[in-house]
Structure formats: C-alpha cells, structure tokens
Design a protein around this ligand. Structure first.
Ligand code: AMP
Ligand code: ZN
Ligand code: FE
Ligand code: FE
Length: 287
C-alpha cells in the first residue's frame, strides 16, 4: 500500500480538478492521497468526495508559503479540521495577498510594455489562490510568450523584472495555524529550499515531520532527510507535487510513500486532536 501526499488541483496552480486527480490516483493504485493546494483548503471537500468514490483514503491538506530567517519554507499541513474558523480566516488573508501580488506583477509587465490585463490572469486562475503559474499561462495564451518556461525565464523567476516578492507568514505562525486546527506540520521538499540550517530551530518550534520523498529529491537527498527524520524524531512523508499537465506527463503516483508512514501521521493527528480537546473531554466524553 502506497500514498501520494503532495498534490495540487485547479483550486491553486494545478490543472486537474479534484475528480480528475482522484481518478489518476486510482489508476496508479494509490491507497491514500492528500490535496495540498497553495494557501487554501478549499478543494479538500471535493477531493474527499472524489477519493471516497474511488475507494481511496483522503487526508486533508494544504501547503503554506512561510519563511524563517529570510529563507522561504513551504509547510504542508495534514489532518486539519476543514471547518476551523481561524484556519479559514487566515488562508483567506494569504489569498488576498496573492491576489494583490497578481495586480503588482501585471503592473510591472505593463511598465515593460507587455499589455497583459489582470482580468486575463484571474480568468485563467479561476480560483482564490492565484500565483505565478497563472500569470505565465496568461502570458502564453495572449501570445506574449511562447512557453511557460519562457514566461518564467524572462519575467517571473526570482529577480526577473516582473517578479514580485511574496509577503510571507512566519514559519512559526504557519505551524501554529496548522496545529490549532488539529493538524500536523511538515516541511515540504527540504532539498529544494536548502533549509538544513533552520531545521533544528523549526523542529524546536514544533515541526512534526519532513517530506523525505519528493519528485525533485534524488535517492541520496531522500536518504539524507530520512536520517534527519530519525535524528529529530520527525514523521516521514512524501509526494509527487503533481501540478497536473503543466509539464508533460502528470506526476501523480510517481512518488510512492509506504503506507506505514501514513499510519504514523494519522496517529500524530489523533494525538493532537486529543490534546486540543483537553483532559475534560477525555474524562467526560460527550455521547
Ligand atoms: P508562487 O506561489 O506564485 O510564487 O508560484 C510558485 C509556483 O510556481 C511553484 O509552485 C511552481 O509550481 C511554479 N514555478 C516556480 N518556478 C518555476 C519555473 N522556473 N518554471 C515553471 N514553474 C515554476
Ligand atoms: Zn504550485
Ligand atoms: Fe512547494
Ligand atoms: Fe507543492
């Protein structure tokens, strides 16, 4: 039994609907899937239903963009209560920042004599959590760039002329947000962000797990983070980070996390939920 716990849909910058994603998961024989769209949990109820109809276990998820000491860290949250008020109001705030950033990137493009309209980006994004890939798709669709890669290379990559830095929440705040919603916080693709130097501090602050298996991790990189997980007593997770059909063949199901890691993750979620409920509810269970 295997799982893919890092996936995106069109509720952020993926191209698949939750139903399409679940159907790919079924074809790859996944026993469990999570949906980790950027700064949102909005797609989770539909993904849960789609997984249920395919006979796949679903774990609620999100991927929050955060930072610690100026280093960007993506924090995966798993197992949160999707109706948690604080979680919903905070992600709405992150989404407003993302929407403003689209306007800023478009303004920069306009100053570079690329007359893209923000509405064209929002139309393509058609979600509350838009990002650079949507700007890239709009640039290609309007004929200003020949490919998504060209759009990133010319305009959107870090320090390129239309790039706008993202205003990020602190990693500690992001982890607290996940924890108070009953979830566990996992550092995404540490091999991409070169975050080793901040791992001890972020663990001290409550990190629960680390994504050892990821599309862009080599075998050696995965092994390195498995050792770190062991050293710091962290949960081990993994996922493909599939964004749909953006770049050729979809990645869903290509990273296969052994199910025993999912079991440990679920136990940790149950522990956190019990701790949040407090000793009162354990002594006096409501019937
Ligand atoms: P954002 O959250 O708006 O900063 O956009 C980040 C997303 O853009 C990532 O999740 C990737 O999916 C995508 N991305 C980042 N860099 C590139 C690149 N050089 N080429 C294509 N996609 C990229
Ligand atoms: Zn993405
Ligand atoms: Fe990420
Ligand atoms: Fe991702």
């Amino acid at each position: 039994m295997v799982a893919d716990l890092h996936l995106h849909t069109n509720f952020s910058d993926g191209t698949f609907s939750p139903e399409e994603l679940a159907s790919h998961g079924k074809r790859h024989g996944l026993a469990a899937m999570s949906l980790t769209d950027h700064d949102t949990v909005e797609g989770c109820p539909r993904m849960a239903a789609a997984c249920a109809s395919e006979g796949i276990e679903f774990i609620s998820g999100t991927e929050l963009t955060a930072e610690l000491k100026g280093i960007e860290v993506h924090l995966l949250g798993y197992g949160m209560d999707l109706e948690n008020k604080k979680l919903l109001s905070e992600v709405a705030r992150f989404q407003a920042v993302r929407q403003n950033r689209i306007h800023e990137m478009v303004a920069r493009l306009n100053r570079l004599n690329v007359p893209l309209r923000a509405e064209a980006v929002f139309e393509i994004a058609s979600c509350r959590s838009p990002g650079r890939p949507h700007v890239a798709r709009a640039l290609v669709k309007a004929g200003f760039c020949g490919s998504l890669d060209e759009a990133f290379e010319r305009f959107l990559k870090v320090n390129r002329p239309a790039w706008v830095p993202k205003c990020k929440v602190s990693a500690l705040e992001a982890m607290n947000l996940i924890h108070q919603a009953g979830g566990v916080a996992v550092m995404a693709h540490p091999g991409l962000n070169r975050t080793d130097e901040i791992i001890p501090e972020i663990v001290e602050a409550g990190l629960d797990g680390i994504e050892c298996f990821h599309t862009k991790h080599s075998t050696a990189t995965s092994h390195h983070y498995l050792q770190m997980a062991d050293q710091f007593h962290l949960l081990v997770t993994g996922g493909s980070d599939c964004h749909g059909l953006n770049k050729g063949k979809p990645l869903v199901g290509t990273v296969r996390l052994p199910y025993h890691h999912v079991e440990k993750l679920k136990s940790k979620v149950a522990e956190r939920r019990a701790a949040l409920a407090g000793p009162q509810s354990a002594l006096h269970p409501s019937h």
